[in-house]
Design a protein around this ligand. Structure first.
Ligand SMILES: [Zn+2]
Length: 324
C-alpha cells in the first residue's frame, strides 16, 4: 500500500476500526473463558460477547493493541509509514506527522509494531545455502551495562576498546540465504549469488556456544553454511549439514566471499544511523527485526496488510527490553 492509497482507504477512525475488526474476525474470536468460537458484537461497547457463556472480550483484547489508549488510526498510520515505504521512521517523525503532543505512547506503539514483525519472522527458519557473519552495530549501552562500561573506561584512561568487543558496539549475527546461480548470470550487485531471506540476531558474546545456539534456532539443520572461518564458527557442524570456511586474505575479498551478509549489514547500519541516529543496546534487536521483516518481503505488495494481520494475531507479552 502506498501512502496515497492509505488516506483514501483509511480516512478516519471508523474505517480503521472496521478493517481491524474484519481482520480479527477472519482469524476467529475465541472465548477466553470457555473456548467457544461464536460471539455477538456489541457495537456500543466495542466488545464481543460469547454466545455460550456470555463472557465479554474487547476488540483490542488479545491483540497487539491490547490495553492501548491510542486510536486505531494512529496504529494504522504507524504501520503504513514503515510498511508502505522503503524507509524506516523515528517515533519523533511519526509523532510530528500525527500532531500528537506526547512522544512516549508513539514510541511504544512503534516498538510494538516492530515486535509483531519480529515475532512473525521468528516463526521461520532459514534453509539451503547460508552466509554467516557478524556485524558490529554502534549502540548506546543500556542501564545494566552503563556502570560496568564507565568503570572499564576509568581503568583504561577513558579510552574505548578497539575493534571487536568495543563497548560502543553490539555484536549481531547476520544470516542470509544465498544461492549460487549460473556463472553466466551477472547479478546486479556483482555477485553470482542470489539472496533469499535474512535474519539478524543480537549475540551476547562471540563464543562458539552462543553462536551455535542462535544457529540452531534460526537455521534448518539440513542447511550448509559459509563463513569467514572465525573461531566462533568452529562447531557449526553440530547443528548443520555442512560448513565451509574461506578466510579472506584482504578485507576487500571478504565481501566477495560473503556478499549478501555484507550488503545487508552495511544497508542496515546506514538506515539505522540515518533515521534513529543513536540506538540503545536494548532496542537494537527491535530495529533489526523491522529491517529484516521488510527485506524478507521486498517483493510483496501487501506488506501493510501482513503487518495488520500480524498485529491482530500477536499479543504484546514481553517488556521491550527482552524483545526477540
Ligand atoms: Zn465463552
Amino acid at each position: 500500500m502506498k501512502i496515497r492509497d492509505f488516506f483514501t482507504k483509511f480516512p478516519d477512525e471508523a474505517s480503521c476500526k472496521a478493517h481491524f475488526k474484519s481482520k480479527r474476525e477472519k482469524q476467529g474470536v475465541v472465548c477466553k473463558r470457555c473456548g467457544h468460537g461464536e460471539h455477538y458484537w456489541i457495537s456500543t461497547r466495542d466488545q464481543y460477547q460469547c454466545k455460550k457463556c456470555k463472557y465479554r472480550t474487547t476488540l483490542k483484547s488479545g491483540t497487539l493493541l491490547h490495553g492501548s489508549q491510542l486510536p486505531y488510526h494512529y496504529w494504522y498510520f504507524g504501520t503504513v509509514m514503515p510498511a508502505g515505504t522503503k524507509k524506516s521512521f523515528s517515533a519523533m517523525e511519526v509523532q510530528r506527522q500525527l500532531g500528537r503532543r506526547y512522544y512516549e505512547p508513539i514510541w511504544y506503539m512503534l516498538h510494538k509494531i516492530r515486535y509483531a514483525m519480529g515475532k512473525r519472522d521468528g516463526g521461520y527458519t532459514l534453509g539451503n545455502e547460508i552466509e554467516l557473519d557478524e556485524g558490529f552495530f554502534e549502540t548506546v549501552p543500556d542501564k545494566e551495562n552503563r556502570e560496568r562500561i564507565a568503570k572499564e573506561l576509568r581503568e583504561n584512561d577513558g579510552k574505548y576498546k578497539r575493534g571487536k568487543g568495543s563497548q560502543k558496539q553490539t555484536t549481531v549475527l547476520v544470516m542470509a540465504e544465498s544461492k549460487t546461480v549460473e556463472a553466466t548470470y551477472k547479478y546486479r550487485y556483482g555477485t553470482n549469488k542470489k539472496v533469499g531471506h535474512i535474519k539478524m540476531r543480537l549475540l551476547d558474546d562471540l563464543c562458539k556456544e552462543t553462536t551455535n545456539k542462535e544457529v540452531e534456532r534460526s537455521i534448518d539443520g539440513q542447511s550448509s553454511a559459509m563463513t569467514d572461518g572465525a573461531n566462533n564458527y568452529n562447531d557449526l557442524k553440530e547443528n548443520l549439514a555442512a560448513h565451509g570456511a574461506v578466510v579472506a586474505k584482504v578485507k576487500k575479498e571478504a565481501s566477495k566471499i560473503l556478499p549478501w551478509v555484507h550488503i545487508a549489514i552495511s544497508n542496515a547500519k546506514r538506515l539505522l544511523l540515518d533515521v534513529h541516529h543513536s540506538i540503545g543496546t536494548d532496542y537494537l534487536q527491535s530495529y533489526l527485526d523491522e529491517y529484516c521483516y521488510k527485506f524478507n518481503r521486498r517483493y510483496f505488495d501487501s506488506v501493510f496488510d501482513r503487518v495488520v494481520i500480524a498485529s491482530v494475531s500477536c499479543k504484546w507479552e514481553r517488556n521491550v527490553q527482552t524483545i526477540g
